[in-house]
Ligand binder design. Structure first.
Ligand code: XIL
Length: 362
């Protein structure tokens, strides 16, 4: 073997070894018998008076432990990405229904609701559409056709849709770096018409506006509430607000309470639509998910669920976690490799976070 090949192989092995051991030294796994005495374990969905949802992917559902966990605890699914425009919309009048059809069939087999995510999101325009340089009329007639096709196909099978996702910046202004603000003089009216197109396709489906930081950041929330007021005065249909809840164990819960109260004051349905709680807040390479950190996560989950339980019954829709297990969370790629934000660990053991969620449902 050449010397350079040897050095390359040895380095690769060392890096792999370090990666494996790193994982092990950065987490203290709960002892199998350490279940909390105060908690009477039961499926989350059996304890809640509203739906308990999770984001999921077809590839994950083929893993038996994953599938069993979803079936045991959740009665609603959201496609983590397989119902987004770039997956489904292949060209004008051309659609690939393979993945969404399979997810919807899975939900039907298991008697779960499907929350559709998402009809319009600046990050999921397919390339062919984003580069077509449509004027506003052509842009809108294409989007109308898309929304009509998707909502019609799943009429009666998808119970609710995020129609529009993430159009405001945290400072409350409309997001400037996207296609829609560049194409329309009055983007909010265009969004209103998108809600109308969805309503025309399915009179019974619940229609949501969804965004992140809504419960935490006042300026953004104010703009969303103004949009809701405008929709109501101009008769654009909207049934609910989705607040994503990608927060952390360091998030200020009092501020969240204020945000929730203000959103609930609209009288609309309220969906915690993408809940996960980061623990490695400072993105540390030496992060240890210790038992005290696990307890902080438990408390944070409990508090959030309690706040949700306290809203008026008629406005409850669902709490949806953004994933099932720490083994597959978008945060290990988009935040930090050492991140443990969900209710089940990578062996599908219930975490303290699960206990917190369950206690919050009391
Ligand atoms: C994320 C998914 O988790 C990733 O798998 C995907 O690659 C990118 O999108 N807000 C949203 C979700 O509304 O659609 C995003 O999901 C997370 C942030």
């Amino acid at each position: 073997m050449k010397k350079t090949t040897f050095i390359y192989l040895a380095t690769t092995l060392l890096v792999l070894f370090a990666a494996c051991t790193k994982e092990e030294i950065n987490i203290i796994y709960p002892d199998e018998n350490s279940d909390d005495d105060e908690v009477v374990y039961m499926p989350l969905k059996d304890k809640a008076t509203f739906n308990i949802g999770t984001a999921t992917k077809l590839s994950d559902l083929s893993e038996s432990d994953y599938d069993a966990t979803v079936v045991e605890h959740f009665n609603q699914i959201t496609a983590e990405y397989e119902m987004k425009m770039n997956v489904v919309w292949k060209g004008e009048n051309s659609y690939d229904w393979t993945a969404p059809d399979a997810l919807v069939a899975y939900a039907q087999e298991n008697e779960m609701d499907v929350h559709g995510h998402v009809l319009l999101w600046y990050k999921s325009f397919p390339d062919w559409f984003a580069t077509a340089q449509y004027d506003s009329a052509a842009f809108e007639s294409n989007v109308e056709e898309y929304i009509t096709a998707v909502v019609t196909r799943y009429k009666g099978k998808v119970n609710s849709w995020d129609v529009v996702n993430e159009v405001f910046e945290d400072n409350g202004s409309l997001r400037q770096d996207e296609l829609i603000t560049a194409t329309f003089n009055d983007p909010i009216a265009f969004y209103g018409r998108c809600f109308q197109y969805a309503r025309h396709a399915d009179a019974d489906v619940k229609l949501f506006y969804n965004d992140y930081s809504v419960a935490l950041v006042e300026a953004k929330r104010k703009s969303i509430l103004e949009m809701v007021t405008r929709f109501e005065s101009e008769a654009y249909p909207i049934d609910g607000l989705g607040a994503q809840f990608h927060y952390s164990i360091a998030t200020d819960m009092d501020r969240l309470q204020t945000g929730i109260d203000e959103m609930v004051s609209t009288g609309l349905l309220f969906h915690i639509s993408e809940l996960d709680l980061k623990v490695n807040v400072y993105q540390s390479n030496d992060y240890l998910f210790s038992s005290s950190e696990q307890m902080l996560q438990e408390e944070a989950y409990q508090k959030i669920v309690e706040m949700y339980v306290a809203i008026p019954e008629a406005q409850k829709f669902a709490i949806t976690t953004w994933g099932v297990t720490d083994k597959y969370t978008w945060l290990t790629t988009s935040w930090h490799q050492l991140e443990y934000p969900l209710l089940f660990d990578k062996f599908y053991t219930k975490k303290k976070a699960f206990d917190g969620f369950l206690k919050g449902l009391e």
